[in-house]
Design a protein around this ligand. Structure first.
Ligand SMILES: *Cc1c(COP(=O)(O)O)cnc(C)c1O
Length: 421
């Protein structure tokens, strides 16, 4: 079948050899997936999920018991007081946007104590001027970069916290940066430090791509809010859209009144036909996330053998599902992404090229042949076309499909003369 799909003998052999080294890593991932699967089942059972909850509402969505119980399940999974899990949240960026806007007021300051936020948050905060940004409402921003060794700049953070510091935003995953992804424990240390200086600061974690990669989420390490997208890990590949915020009752309520309106808050928002998919996706998510992690580690192992720098390296502990590979040129990024696309179940015959994208300040290439548009828990690759030409690769609903995608990317690189085997 590999031959029938266009994989040449030398690519197959290279990849099978790489795989032989990964048995122990895969076993560790399976153990975490098992723990998280049981955690999710217990969260369902504790919330008394029943068949009636799988159906949705229309119109205002008053008394949507499926939606409200799902939010209890999310709160159980994340160990928080409450959660907002909605199909009206259009994306991870939107979830982060309402979490930030809902929990700040004019005169407040937002602090990013561990380097800048995700690209699309720059316009929400107003780091890059944008209509409707928090800067237009008199909310200011301060940032403390990581130290050259990648550690937290505690002196800098202490100096940056002032009487207006109201909310601290920490991004768990590396996103499009070249740093390491933070572990929940590291995030916990940072939060403890911030709260030792100013106990009432709201600590918010951008949890995108991190869910279920470890046993515990950052919400168990002091975060007041964890925020993410349902077309990444927790949607399990089944959620067709949506986002979540899990956190304290007050933080979630303040975000909810920004999503809907003051006075309405969590009371409205019809779930339509999404409840079943949200429940089932969350149920599947620990295993789907494990499949994506296996694919990422396999990618790192193969590309390290080919001489490319991989971040994280194939042998280090993972805290998210993203694999960065420094390909060093636009041509290599394009070949890699075209390989991922060629392995897809949907749109395998289309050819991705770099182009402008709303929210990003350089051209971006994206490869995805997904059941849900833009879903990055499904096998996908993307990256901004800028030095050092990192491709960010993630997802894989099944490990076998993820493996094929990586093999196809190597095949395309070989055909374009960009690698030698
Ligand atoms: C994907 C992502 C976001 C934004 O999510 P979208 O759903 O693409 O808007 C924010 N932060 C991080 C770290 C992400 O990976």
């Amino acid at each position: 079948m590999f031959r029938a799909l266009g994989i040449k003998e030398e690519v197959y052999t290279l990849c099978e050899e790489a795989l032989a080294d990964l048995r122990d890593r895969f076993a560790e991932i399976d153990r975490i997936a098992e723990y998280n699967q049981l955690k999710v089942v217990k969260a369902f059972q504790d919330a008394h999920v029943s068949e009636a909850h799988l159906y949705g509402t229309t119109g205002y969505g008053y008394d949507d018991i499926g939606r409200d119980t799902l939010e209890q399940v999310y709160a159980n999974v994340f160990g928080t007081e409450d959660a907002l899990v909605r199909s009206q949240i259009t994306s991870g960026t939107h979830a982060l946007g309402i979490a930030l806007a809902g929990n700040t007021r004019p005169g407040d300051e937002i602090l990013c104590p561990a380097g800048g936020p995700y690209d699309t948050l720059e316009e929400i905060i107003g780091i890059r001027p944008s209509t409707g940004s928090l800067a237009e409402y008199g909310i200011t921003y301060r940032q403390v970069d990581l130290l050259p060794d990648g550690g937290f700049d505690y002196d800098g953070i202490r100096a940056a916290i002032n009487e207006r510091t109201h909310l601290v935003e920490i991004q768990r995953s590396k996103g499009y940066a070249s740093r390491d992804t933070f572990s929940p424990e590291q995030i916990g240390e940072l939060i403890a430090f911030v709260k030792s200086i100013k106990p009432d600061v709201i600590c918010m974690v951008d949890n995108c791509y991190g869910e279920f990669t470890r046993r515990d989420e950052p919400s168990l390490y002091g975060a007041d809010m964890v925020v993410g997208s349902l077309i990444k890990n927790p949607g399990g590949g089944l959620a067709p859209l949506g986002g979540y915020i899990a956190g304290t009752k007050d933080c979630v309520e303040r975000a909810a009144v920004r999503l809907t309106t003051p006075g309405l808050g969590k009371e409205v928002g019809a779930s339509l036909d999404n409840n079943k998919l949200f429940y089932q996706g969350l149920f599947m998510s620990p295993v789907i996330t494990a499949n994506a992690e296996k694919t990422a580690i396999f990618a790192a192992k193969v590309y390290e053998r080919l001489g490319f720098q991989c971040h994280p390296s194939a042998d280090t502990t993972r805290y998210d599902i993203i694999q960065a590979i420094t390909l060093g040129s636009e041509e290599a990024m394009v070949a890699f992404c075209q390989g991922i696309q060629a392995a897809a179940p949907i749109d395998s015959f289309v050819t991705p090229y770099p182009d402008d994208m709303p929210g990003y300040d350089s051209k971006v290439i994206m490869a995805a042949g997904a059941f849900v548009q833009g879903s990055s828990i499904e096998l996908s690759a993307d990256g901004p076309i800028r030095a050092p030409y990192n491709v960010y690769f993630q997802g894989g609903l099944t490990w076998y499909h993820g493996k094929l995608g990586i093999m196809m990317s190597v095949q395309k690189m070989l055909e374009k003369g960009l690698i030698k085997i």
